[in-house]
Design a protein around this ligand. Structure first.
Ligand SMILES: [Zn+2]
Length: 315
């Protein structure tokens, strides 16, 4: 299974900054050491033209040149630097490549970062500069249309299980019937003014494994009556974990693994290619966050094996 990384483009943060930047390199290190089935590849940067499928050109230029006004920069939560701008492009590029790899026959592929779902078309927010899932979805649709001009548009489901609402993604696709946005999130968590996804499920503080998995089941059931995707982009946020500083929910490692497997199963039953991204994770102990993510990769490898068997038997 291919997975794309950009953690070696280090974003300089002031001492004491609350974003756990080290988790990205740590995840790559652990995957390298423990899961040889994960083929790690450097992410390429998304181009201006790719970003413009979703983002306002003036915003893309302001990020590239470091000319965002101070309020807009504060809303993102990272200080500007050339490395910040480069990293943001690579993070989108990683999801774009994961989508292409999944669509090209692998069935499943990943981004070791990404899931920057608070980014809107013309502004960033909450540690999110560009919206990787939105750009990757639009680009996949464009490439699909180019391959076959007569076919129906590619329909994309964004399944966002980060603990925070995917408000940027919801607003970008608000009037787009070819993209279905599903978000399960903490009702009392950031962002406090939420946007309308195609399907929003609000969870109470302290929500445990059983309640969460039941809510997920209902949401997937609901979505299957309303939408038939040709591609899934899954935000496997680690922040619903009970050891998270910001999450407010109480999922265990097992609960989160069951969550991941349910999503992968849903995709596999329909034979829909899936690309997944890491999204948030702010463990009191960073190793907790990384462990949740490693578990997601371990589960994903089982699905990659199913796709590989299917390809082998149809060849
Ligand atoms: Zn989050």
């Amino acid at each position: 299974m291919h997975a794309y990384y950009a953690d070696h483009f280090v974003l300089p943060l002031p001492p004491g900054h609350r974003f756990p930047m080290a988790k990205y390199a740590r995840l790559r290190q652990r995957l390298q050491g423990e899961l040889p089935g994960v083929v790690l590849r450097e992410a390429l940067p998304a181009s201006d033209g790719e970003l413009a499928l979703v983002h306002a050109p003036a915003y893309v230029q302001a990020v590239a040149q470091g000319t965002l006004d101070p309020r807009a920069q504060r809303e993102i939560g990272f200080p500007w630097s050339p490395a910040m701008a480069e990293r943001a492009r690579r993070s989108v590029g990683a999801t774009v490549q994961a989508v292409r790899q999944a669509m090209a026959g692998d069935g499943i592929a990943a981004n070791l970062a990404g899931g920057t779902h608070h980014a809107h078309a013309d502004r960033g927010s909450g540690f999110c500069v560009f919206n990787d899932a939105a750009v990757a979805a639009r680009l996949a649709q464009t490439e699909h249309a180019r391959r076959d001009r007569t076919s129906a548009p590619l329909r994309v489901a964004v399944i966002d299980l980060d603990v925070h609402q995917g408000n940027g993604t919801a607003s970008i696709f608000a009037r787009d019937e070819t993209v279905f946005t599903l978000s399960l999130h903490g009702a009392r968590n950031f962002p406090f003014r939420k946007e309308a996804s195609d399907l929003d499920v609000e969870l109470p503080d302290g929500c445990d494994d059983d309640a969460y998995l039941e809510a997920l089941e209902r949401a997937l059931e609901d979505m299957s009556h309303r939408f038939e995707p040709g591609l899934i982009i899954y935000l496997a946020g680690a922040d619903p974990h009970e050891g998270d500083r910001l999450g407010r929910l109480r999922l265990s490692f097992d609960g989160l693994e069951a969550r991941d497997r349910r999503v992968f199963d849903w995709a596999w039953q329909r034979r829909v290619p899936l690309a997944f991204t890491m999204a948030g994770g702010y463990g009191h102990d960073i190793e907790t966050t990384v462990q949740v993510q490693v578990n997601t990769y371990r589960a994903a490898l089982d699905y990659r094996a199913r796709w590989a068997r299917r390809t082998a038997s149809s060849a």
